[in-house]
Design a protein around this ligand. Structure first.
Ligand SMILES: Nc1nc2c(ncn2[C@@H]2O[C@H](COP(=O)(O)OP(=O)(O)OP(=O)(O)O)[C@@H](O)[C@H]2O)c(=O)[nH]1
Ligand SMILES: [Mg+2]
Length: 239
């Protein structure tokens, strides 16, 4: 039995003689080409790009709001928001005074390279858009589909919040094997939830020993300085 290396999230029934075909392979290949072109465009523009992926409500937009408020002037952030519907997250980011584009997928559970290519062009055309050095993409909230689509990002950041439980790395491995950074969010809630940080960390490291792991709270500010240092290093490394 041959197995494609991409995970479709779909189901297949196969016997020992069968070949498991991934019906999405050409879609992935086409996306990979566009993602590589995005990577060239980001590099030419001097922009480091992060792709945030997590379940709905893990605190992606709140962390972005807090980061924009507190990181200082060396890091010039632009944001592409991905949601199935509504401009709500973009409105929250716009209120912080940075360039932002909302992409609504109308049902699709992830962003793709072509959406980001368009979004980046529009972002650059906004006031201040050509001055950004850090593009943060907030992907559609879920831990499955976004993991299979390269957007051309410099690094991928997966978030799990304390109320979700520590078993998420083991249950959604691709989000962790394809990321460079794992953020445990909402640590202010640790006293109220049975979340063993060490278990989540061990499972994640078992899947991907190269992961950088940080724990933080956008509400009480714990761990934010390490997050800032990471972002500043990324931006300084590209200049
Ligand atoms: N206690 C606590 N609550 C938080 C923290 N960060 C976010 N929240 C709350 O969690 C909820 C969801 O936060 P969002 O930032 O909107 O989550 P999101 O990941 O952007 O959600 P989607 O865009 O829907 O995927 C909100 O009610 C936030 O106030 C945190 O660090 N601590
Ligand atoms: Mg959000």
């Amino acid at each position: 039995m041959k197995q494609n290396d991409r995970d479709t999230g779909g189901e297949s029934i196969a016997d020992a003689e069968s070949i498991v075909v991934n019906p999405n392979q050409s879609l992935f290949d086409a996306n990979d080409e566009i993602a590589q072109e995005n990577r060239r465009r980001f590099a030419a523009a001097g922009v480091v790009t992060l792709n945030l992926i997590s379940s709905p409500g893990s605190g992606k937009t709140t962390l972005l709001e807090k980061t924009i408020e507190t990181i200082g002037t060396d890091v010039k952030i632009g944001v592409i928001e991905g949601d199935i519907e509504t401009e709500r997250d973009a409105e929250r980011i716009r209120a912080k005074g940075v360039p932002v584009i909302q992409l609504t997928t109308g049902g699709a559970c992830h962003l793709d390279g072509a959406m980001i290519q368009r979004g980046f062009e529009e972002l650059r055309a906004q006031p201040g858009g050509d001055a950004i050095n850090l593009l943060i993409i907030e992907n559609v909230g879920n831990l499955v589909c976004p993991a299979s689509f390269d957007l051309g990002e410099t690094q991928r950041v997966v978030l799990v919040s304390v109320p979700e439980g520590p078993d998420k790395p083991a249950k959604y491995p691709k989000a962790f094997t394809s990321s460079q950074v794992f953020l445990i969010t909402k640590t202010d809630l640790l006293p109220y939830f049975d979340f063993a940080v060490q278990d989540a960390t061990n499972d994640a490291i078992k899947l991907n020993p190269a992961l950088t792991i940080m724990a933080l709270s956008a509400v009480n500010g714990d761990g934010l300085s390490a997050w800032h240092e990471y972002l500043k290093k990324m931006v300084a490394g590209s200049s």
